[in-house]
Write a protein of this length. Structure first.
Length: 158
């Protein structure tokens, strides 16, 4: 009886924190620049959904510095880096093209934000109660680019 030929091992990458941090930083800075440019053209794209939800859960009193533009940007960047670290630990090692993994992560996180976080703070599905169609579209593009850039850079640096 012949034994079956051994299966080739699926190449798996190990988690690389430095690559995740750098990819997350580049991706979130690009995302932030897009959102700031939209604000410059008076297109509202996002208003801190996750931070607003967390502050609502924590409740008063809320220190005034938490509502400052500087803190909100810091929080946005920190959450972006954390999302890329989560991506790297969950999807980063899969033998699937980075573009596909990035699109999957973008869709999953967008759906969670659109269907859970934003309605929970009264902004409606995908922020439809406060955002124009342009605002929703630009947010979706910036969000998707965050995950695509992050996924491609993470794969390149691992």
């Amino acid at each position: 009886m012949r034994s079956a030929a051994p299966r080739p091992a699926i190449a798996q990458r190990s988690f690389n924190l430095q690559a995740a941090l750098l990819a997350g930083l580049f991706a979130i800075l690009t995302n932030t620049a897009i959102l700031i440019m939209a604000d410059h053209f008076h297109i509202v794209t996002a208003r801190g959904g996750l931070l607003t939800l967390l502050l609502a859960i924590i409740g008063p009193p809320i220190p005034h510095w938490v509502t400052s533009w500087t803190f909100q940007q810091f929080f946005h960047i920190a959450v972006g880096i954390a999302m890329l670290i989560t991506y790297a630990t969950t999807l980063g090692s899969l033998s699937v093209p980075a573009i596909a993994k990035g699109l999957f992560a973008a869709a999953l996180v967008w759906l969670a934000n659109a269907a859970l976080i934003l309605p929970a703070i009264g902004q409606g599905f995908a922020g439809s109660n406060i955002l124009s169609p342009w605002g929703m579209a630009i947010f979706a593009v910036a969000h998707t680019l965050f995950f695509l850039i992050g996924a491609v850079l993470y794969e390149h640096w691992t």
